[in-house]
Design a protein around this ligand. Structure first.
Ligand code: PLP
Length: 387
């Protein structure tokens, strides 16, 4: 039986998968079972931030596997200490909680916000405002937080206490802020929602409403964080700092991780017994994350990401079949004039290019380490397909 048959006979069919079995990766290239090569402009939905099998990353993860692969969180590990220090120092947050995914990082953020408010103001101040078209994860709580009706089906009852308001509408936001609100949660660039960047004015209004009313601002940087937008955190583009920032996707270069960072005023809200995660802060994940942080924070790395971003944006704007380009850094959405994004992504497979979609757009999330040569090659294929 071939791989796809075996897979489909045994794995739940929760994804619309392409008929492609990826077997090996090297740099920005993935190799399929039949030895066909692909340039990857999707990086496993933004997780393989350093590309495939970066040699320093491989060495760190393998060495960690050889020394100690897991302890429970009843003990300390050197690698978690080292990684957490690097993460907190470079992002300017007081403390971090580690989980294994973006959804888990967001669950942690939501729990912190509700308990912060409970500890300080008592019951009934627990509403969390999120934005229409947002995406915050697949657990019941983060689905409830997600501001898209299409996600609010089948699984009733959803978790209460979430209110959704349109992005970039300050008056609408003000109208839903009342005494029951404990947090406002945003993605600076809505990724799954179609690579839609928030207005700076709106983000600043969120920050000032939060300051005024002691509401916690939660930034879901699961997709935008750790260099993806050309800054360590996307918040820097908007001149704000959220009280809580969540990270996942690209943070550990392709091993499962989630992180919830908190500023001092809410960093000791979660006390022993109130939260946990068996795998959270797993040494292999921390070893991978440690290498990612070292490389992304190295001098010049983020400037390079920004330069490549400018290069890609300017190239895309001159391609026939492209109506407009949205996004920030290496998080890019392409609206097409005629062709359907899903058809283009499928056709790109035959030509050896891996792409993503987001809503009706073609989406690019290339590895942060992509080279100009690879950009030229990938965009060359894309423009052929759109011509
Ligand atoms: C991907 C994503 C999530 C969910 O992350 P998982 O690791 O799939 O749980 C949450 N928020 C944003 C903004 C995301 O892009």
């Amino acid at each position: 039986m071939n791989t796809i048959e075996k897979f489909n006979n045994n794995v739940m069919h929760t994804y619309g998968r392409y008929d492609l079995v990826l077997d090996k990766g090297n740099g920005r290239d993935a190799t399929a079972e039949d030895n066909k090569q692909y340039i990857d402009f999707g990086s496993g939905i933004g997780t393989n931030s350093l590309g495939y099998c970066d040699s320093d990353w491989v060495e760190a993860v393998c060495n960690q596997a050889k020394s100690i692969q897991h302890t429970s969180n009843y003990y300390y590990t050197k690698i978690q200490a080292e990684f957490s220090e690097k993460l907190c120092q470079s992002t300017g947050y007081d403390k971090v909680f580690f989980g294994n995914s973006g959804a888990e990082a967001n669950e942690c953020a939501i729990k912190i916000a509700r308990k912060y408010s409970f500890d300080k103001y008592g019951e009934n101040r627990n509403t969390i405002i999120t934005l229409v078209n947002s995406f915050h994860g697949r657990t019941l709580c983060t689905l409830s937080a997600t501001g898209q009706d299409s996600f609010h089906q089948y699984f009733f009852p959803f978790v209460g206490g979430f209110v959704h308001t349109p992005a970039n509408d300050i008056e609408a936001l003000k109208s839903v802020v009342d005494d029951s609100v404990c947090a406002i949660m945003v993605e600076f660039v809505q990724g799954e929602g179609g690579v839609v960047k928030l207005d700076e004015e709106f983000v600043k209004a969120v920050r000032s409403i939060c300051d005024e009313k002691d509401i916690l601002m939660i930034a879901d940087e699961v997709q935008t964080g750790i260099g993806r937008t050309g800054k360590l955190l996307a918040a820097e583009h908007f001149g704000v700092k959220a009280d809580i920032t969540t990270l996942a996707k690209g943070l550990a270069g392709g091993v499962p991780i989630g992180a919830c960072l908190a500023v001092e005023k809410c960093s000791s809200v979660l006390t022993p017994g109130t939260h946990g995660s068996t795998f959270g802060g797993n040494p292999l994940a921390c070893a991978g994350g440690n290498v990612v942080m070292t490389k992304v924070c190295a001098e010049g790395f983020l400037d390079e990401v920004s330069k490549k971003s400018e290069y890609i944006f300017s190239k895309l704007k001159n391609i026939k079949g492209v109506e407009s380009v949205s996004g920030l850094g290496l998080m890019i959405g392409i609206t097409l004039t005629e062709k359907k994004a899903a058809d283009v992504v499928k056709a790109a497979l035959d030509k050896g290019l891996l792409l993503l979609t987001a809503k009706e757009k073609v989406r690019l999330l290339p590895p942060l380490t992509i080279t100009y040569e690879e950009i030229d090659k990938g965009i060359g294929i894309l423009s052929e397909l759109l011509a």
